[in-house]
Design a protein around this ligand. Structure first.
Ligand code: NAG
Ligand code: NAG
Length: 216
């Protein structure tokens, strides 16, 4: 009789132990660095009141909208946000520099939010695995950070329909051998298109219209 009583009791006592020991191994629980970066980003676009599913106590890999993780590393590889119609530029929705902490990110799509203002954070240049960067159709201003030139795995770069100004940094194109689609159209970019654009050996699609470029 004693055995019958003891067995369930010991199981109950051991249960928390099993959970704490094995849960982190069993699934792609959100990596803390990724979660902190994403929550900081969520905070920076807080006025939009999007991303209600991004709840700190839950697993970003399995329950957060727009997030995908690599099953083997458990790290965030994709961030894509919903499309918002109608352009409403307001200075209180900005891009968090913490996005640069998502060091396993391959795909970042924040295009057609129609709300993002302020500069493109230079920290995005830390995303060394990034292949796809879509920031079109927003209100981003300032210059294209030269640090984006460190994104050597980039295949697609879309920055069109923003308020970007200044000249295109020559170093931007020095080491992007995989870039095949570059869209900088509909901004306020100025000056000479750097000759380093000739180093984009994979380029198939190039959109530069509606800027203030000149050729000489
Ligand atoms: C991002 O990384 C920087 C540098 O390591 C750190 O100072 C910052 O706190 C991180 N941001 C977040 C939201 O964790
Ligand atoms: C953000 O800006 C918009 C328009 O400029 C305003 O309506 C809204 O109240 C602001 N939100 C916050 C949280 O400041």
């Amino acid at each position: 009789m004693e055995i019958h009583i003891q067995t369930p009791l010991s199981l109950i006592l051991l249960l928390p132990f099993f959970f704490f020991t094995f849960l982190p191994l069993s699934s792609q629980a959100c990596h803390q660095v990724d979660r902190d970066a994403l929550l900081d980003f969520k905070h920076s676009i807080n006025p939009l009141n999007l991303l209600q599913s991004w709840i700190p106590s839950t697993d970003c890999c399995s329950t957060w909208d727009g997030i995908a993780c690599d099953p083997s590393s458990g790290r965030v590889v994709q961030v894509s946000l919903p499309v918002l119609s109608d352009k409403v530029c307001s200075m209180n929705v900005t891009l968090s520099p913490s996005l640069g902490n998502l060091s396993f990110l391959q795909f970042l799509d924040l295009s057609d939010l129609n709300r993002l203002s302020g500069p493109i954070p230079p920290e995005l240049g830390k995303l060394s695995r990034l292949s796809y960067l879509y920031l079109s159709n927003n209100c981003l201003s300032g210059e294209i950070p030269v640090s984006l030139g460190r994104l050597t795995r980039l295949k697609i770069l879309h920055l069109s329909w923003n308020l970007l100004s200044g000249s295109v940094p020559s170093a931007l194109f020095h080491s992007m051998p995989l870039l095949y689609d570059l869209d900088l159209s509909y901004n306020n970019l100025f000056g000479v298109i750097p000759s380093s654009i000739g180093k984009l050996i994979s380029l198939i699609n190039l959109e530069l219209q509606s800027n203030r470029f000149y050729f000489c």
